[in-house]
Design a protein around this ligand. Structure first.
Ligand SMILES: *Cc1c(COP(=O)(O)O)cnc(C)c1O
Length: 353
């Protein structure tokens, strides 16, 4: 399928790449492809960035018939541009689509849309250290009818924006609150899917935590309210007595690509990685006995995010003396090294543009 390109007649001024705010400075163009039941995907196009015409009855506006992805394009030292495991994002999007009855998008079509848009916007991929072009593919259900059914008309859209280092002051450990009221996802629900409604469900706890001086919440499982699932919108890992622990993909935990990559690197380095059920009590006990050596979150936006303090009800523990731990730092250096092309890519994770 050929992608039709309509260029914007006036181009925006690019923001100062030393002061980028996450997700704000959208570029000049976007990619759209339509899907209609019976016809399939059609009319892939790159058009000037701008508001979408949308019927007020469109299902996405009422029933969160929406799925999305998050990935980045990186500028290497020689000026070229590369993506990190983009096929994994597309496969995950198709997994999310299956869960919420949206159509599968062929890998080649999604990848063509993403790479063509990045090529059109190549001047927007920033050069400054730790900056990148954030890529947000998403799919929305557009049938203009209030009945609760899967849409017959759907769009897959890609927008992109330059982003800076997630933590401009460096990898500062964050304070995390173990959420004891709200849950993000439950078994049988949509926790494994990157679908809009999950994030609406997470807003209140995030808000409360922020007001109490924490940067994120640690989510517990929705049944026992005991087992650790994720931290904010990141996966979470712990180093306890030399071993790495991370919650298993039990159906309510998002299958993060950064998580996957960290597990592979840790195994390469000879660590035992246990993917299993981990209770918050186990982690607090390990912290109190001194066995908890490091804790960190993993996700595309921040790569890894060290945890310096954990609070649960009236208990509070410090992790790694509120410093970034050795493994957390090593994972950050290795992953960002591969992503920006500074170190070898032994697992074939990089796709050059
Ligand atoms: C996107 C996301 C992650 C991280 O996934 P990556 O592929 O590593 O970016 C983790 N948890 C949730 C809830 C997410 O939405």
């Amino acid at each position: 399928m050929e992608i039709k390109i309509t260029r914007a007649t006036t181009l925006k001024e690019k923001p100062d790449s030393s002061a980028l705010v996450f997700g704000k400075a959208m570029t000049d163009h976007m990619f759209i492809v339509d899907y209609d039941a019976g016809q399939g995907w059609h009319d892939p196009r790159i058009i000037p960035y701008g508001p979408l015409p949308i019927d007020p009855a469109a299902k996405v506006l009422h029933y969160a018939e929406e799925i999305f992805e998050g990935m980045k394009a990186y500028r290497t030292a020689d000026g070229s541009i590369q993506l990190f495991r983009p096929r994994d994002n597309i496969a995950r999007m198709n997994g999310s689509a299956e869960r919420v009855c949206m159509p599968q998008i062929p890998e080649a079509l999604a990848l063509a849309g993403i790479t063509k848009l990045v090529e059109v916007e190549r001047d927007w991929v920033p050069y400054e250290k730790d900056t990148s072009l954030y890529i947000r593919p998403f799919m929305i259900g557009l049938d203009p009818a209030l009945g609760v059914h899967a849409s017959q008309h759907v769009q897959f859209i890609v927008i992109v924006c330059p982003v800076g280092a997630y933590y401009p002051e460096g990898l500062d450990p964050v304070k995390i609150y173990v959420e004891d009221r709200d849950v993000r996802a439950v078994k049988g629900g949509t926790g494994m899917a990157k679908t809009g409604g999950n994030y609406a469900a997470s807003l209140r706890a995030g808000d409360m935590a922020e007001k109490a001086g924490y940067s994120q919440v640690l989510w517990l499982d929705g049944v026992h309210r005991k087992y650790i699932e994720e931290v904010g919108s990141m996966n979470v890992m712990f180093k306890v007595s030399g071993k790495i622990l991370t919650p298993d993909l039990n159906g309510s935990v998002l299958d993060g690509i950064t998580r996957r990559s960290c597990i592979q690197l840790l195994k390469d380095w000879g660590y035992d990685v246990e993917e299993r059920r981990i209770s918050a009590d186990e982690i607090f006990a390990a912290a109190e006995s001194g066995a908890l050596e490091e804790a960190w979150g993993t996700g595309t936006a921040a790569v890894v995010s060290p945890i310096g303090e954990l609070a649960m009800k009236d208990k509070k523990v410090t992790v790694s003396n509120n410093q970034i731990g050795e493994i957390t730092q090593r994972l950050y250096d290795e992953l960002t090294g591969i992503q920006w092309g500074r170190v070898a890519d032994p697992h074939d994770w990089i796709m050059k543009l």
